[in-house]
Design a protein around this ligand. Structure first.
Ligand code: MN
Length: 272
């Protein structure tokens, strides 16, 4: 990045704009570029990649908690925030998108639910390098290592030529850190997503008029295999999982291929 104009970083999160993690990250990224925060005005956990289509979005510039950073709160989701930032506030002026630093890990299948990953995904879908960063703790969170790592990743991804594969500028990294001070972290690994099963509990109640139901997340049962994000974080190392938006499975589809003509024939016969 030396000699070039300063890169511009866009940061969102799903913990809400006043969550400490986003400001720690902004404070650190400020050392290498311009930082703009556009984030939900309240917690939006488990909102995934949702965008708001059925109500208007309000956007408000707020007094930043870190000097020299511009910040806007959005009455919407992390994805809404990124869309408003990229298509309204900062047209063509963003080099990289961050989401986080999230309190709580976003591992395995949970990337599909995660608002943290969802926000980064929206940046990626706009063709920008994007990084979601989470720390595996909900209290006494060590943000420091995550923030420094964010700066290092920004340098690697934006150096020219990039020292991290940035093919077609489409790269999305889901980063999870153990909740340790920098000196306590045992290593870093490129991982794939762990499988996990949740037994979500349904709690039924009655509000005096009608029944209602709460979905209560059970304890996840991770398939803690070598090379997975869950295993690596559990072992006190940093997990970096490259992810992409293509959910289609290209392998092991022989069975489907072999019956697809049958399926079509049966459909046509049923429509006669
Ligand atoms: Mn969160």
């Amino acid at each position: 990045m030396a000699g070039k104009k300063q890169p511009r970083f866009l940061i969102t999160n799903d913990d809400g704009i006043y969550a400490p993690g986003i400001w720690v990250l902004a404070e650190n990224l400020k050392q290498v570029g311009k930082v703009v925060i556009v984030a939900p005005d309240r917690e939006q956990s488990a909102i995934g990649t949702a965008i708001t289509l059925h109500q208007p979005l309000r956007l408000k510039e707020i007094e930043p908690l870190v000097k020299g950073v511009k910040a806007y709160s959005v009455e919407g989701t992390p994805s809404d925030s990124i869309i408003l930032a990229l298509q309204l506030l900062l047209r063509n002026k963003v080099d990289m998108v961050f989401s986080g630093i999230n309190e709580g890990a976003n591992l395995g299948d949970d990337v599909l639910l995660s608002g943290t990953v969802g926000g980064a995904m929206q940046g990626y879908l706009h063709g920008l390098p994007a990084v979601a960063i989470s720390v595996n703790a909900w209290e006494n969170v060590h943000f420091e290592a995550a923030a420094i790592l964010g700066v290092i990743l920004a340098r690697k991804l934006l150096s020219s030529p990039p020292s991290v594969n940035i093919a077609k500028k489409r790269i999305l990294l889901n980063v999870n850190l153990p909740n340790l001070p920098v000196g306590g972290i045992r290593g870093i690994e490129i991982t794939h997503l762990a499988g996990r099963s949740y037994f979500d509990l349904i709690k039924k109640g009655h509000d005096g008029k009608r029944d209602y139901y709460w979905i209560v997340r059970g304890t996840p049962l991770w398939e803690v295999e070598e090379g997975t994000d869950a295993k690596v974080v559990q072992d006190g190392r940093i997990s970096i999982t490259p992810i992409h938006s293509d959910l289609s499975l290209r392998e092991n589809n022989e069975l489907l291929y072999s019956v697809s003509s049958e399926i079509f024939r049966e459909l046509r016969d049923a429509g006669r």
